[in-house]
Design a protein around this ligand. Structure first.
Ligand code: NAI
Length: 365
């Protein structure tokens, strides 16, 4: 394990209003360029993934890490994960530039933050990468092996599935998905697993992915109907489940939807908050993404419990995602407001009251 401090790095502090700490490290010698944003630690140490992405500019990377770190604060607060919000980005092409050397230097910075920030998996990072980072710092969730909880995707997908059942219960009076049509955009770690859960629950699937092999797999395994590209937005389905990139619901795509509910795993599905209001106006039930996809976070957080990681305990926590969403649907209906606005209010209320804040230390095993 590494025993370095932040003094070993040429570190730049970036002052950002509303954020507790934002640090940037750019090293000529190793080629490392990283920004770590700690948004809020009211509820506990900041927990959030590392994203490795070939950003066009430093500004773009900064905006991404700030938005993602803030989102983690609300996600963690709402499901009472006992963590705060943070995120990190590495400016690099994961396919061409990711190396053990860079991951090690990154791990050393995380280590130097002494547990105020814990990193996990995001785009461009594999579970094996996390396991390597874990060799150099304990402040990691989602490594594989005895200490880690591994790939969070099945837990995220299970939470989304719970959210879909809750939407069915709200809309049609029963959680049964027998014969319901669900359109899934993106068949990766989350989307493909969700397709599996839905198939076995009796749902009919419509799928889209830019990766031909994945749609072919879904067609063969689940008898899914395949649509191309943007056609998924206008698919005649009961539920639309975005499980690919963020920002996909904008002023144009929101008008094309023909579903009764949107429940998916993708982060930051709404291009801006007005889209949540538009969904409400169109009477399309929206499961706020940061609640629907909280399963992976709850699973990673379970590693730091006193008794160590136990997948059954993690599953029991993820099982509560459906109820959390159902109560948001109820409150939004009572108040005649968009579910996205209600979820944000709830997160702010919990943060203000420190409801669900960590009451015991983070345990490293
Ligand atoms: P992934 O990288 O395994 O899968 C994404 C899939 O989307 C790939 O199959 C890709 O080909 C497809 N895709 C990309 N652009 C597309 C497009 N325009 N149209 C259709 N398909 C497209 O990612 P993963 O892990 O499944 O995550 C999916 C989403 O869920 C992401 O937004 C991620 O940030 C979010 N998320 C994932 C969590 C997890 O546990 N993996 C936890 C919380 C959020």
């Amino acid at each position: 394990m590494t025993s370095n401090t932040l003094a070993d790095f040429e570190l730049k502090e970036i002052v950002v209003d509303g954020y507790e700490r934002v640090v940037e490290v750019q090293e000529e010698s190793s080629g490392l360029h990283v920004i770590i944003a700690i948004h809020d630690t009211t509820m506990g140490p900041a927990l959030g993934g590392l994203r490795i992405c070939p950003y066009e500019s430093c500004q773009e990377a900064l905006e991404d890490v700030l938005r993602l770190a803030e989102g983690m604060t609300y996600k963690s607060a709402l499901v009472e994960a006992g963590f705060g919000g943070g995120k990190s980005v590495m400016l690099a092409d994961p396919a061409r530039h990711k190396s053990r050397g860079l991951l090690r230097r990154y791990a050393e910075i995380v280590n130097g933050l002494e547990g105020v920030y814990l990193c996990g998996k995001d785009m461009g990072v594999s579970c094996d990468d996390l396991s390597y980072i874990r060799e150099h710092t304990p402040h990691v969730a989602g490594a594989v092996g005895a200490q880690g909880s591994g790939d969070p995707s099945p837990f995220t997908a299970w939470g989304v599935f719970q959210g879909i059942q809750a939407a069915a219960r709200w809309l049609w009076g029963s959680p049964s998905l027998e014969g319901r049509k669900v359109a899934i955009q993106g068949l990766g770690g989350v989307g493909m697993r969700l397709a599996d859960f839905l198939f076995w629950a009796g749902a009919e699937l419509i799928v889209a992915d830019i990766d031909e092999s994945r749609v072919e797999q879904a067609r063969q395994l689940y008898h899914a109907q395949v649509v191309r590209g943007g056609e998924i937005f206008g698919a005649e389905a009961d539920i639309f489940a975005p499980c690919a990139r963020g920002g996909i619901l904008d002023a144009e795509t929101v008008e094309r939807l023909r579903c009764q509910a949107v429940v998916g795993g993708a982060n930051n599905q709404l291009a801006d908050p007005s889209i949540g209001v538009r969904l409400h106006e169109r009477s399309i039930l929206y499961a706020p993404d940061f609640v629907a996809n909280a399963g992976g976070l709850l699973n990673g957080a379970a590693e730091f419990e006193p008794e160590g990681y136990n997948p059954s305990i993690a599953r029991a926590k993820v099982d509560q995602v459906g109820e959390a969403l159902y109560s948001i649907y109820e409150r939004a209906s009572r108040e005649g407001r968009a579910t996205s606005d209600v979820a944000m209010d709830l997160a702010h209320q919990k943060l203000k009251a420190r409801e669900g804040a960590r009451r015991y230390p983070v345990y490293y095993h």
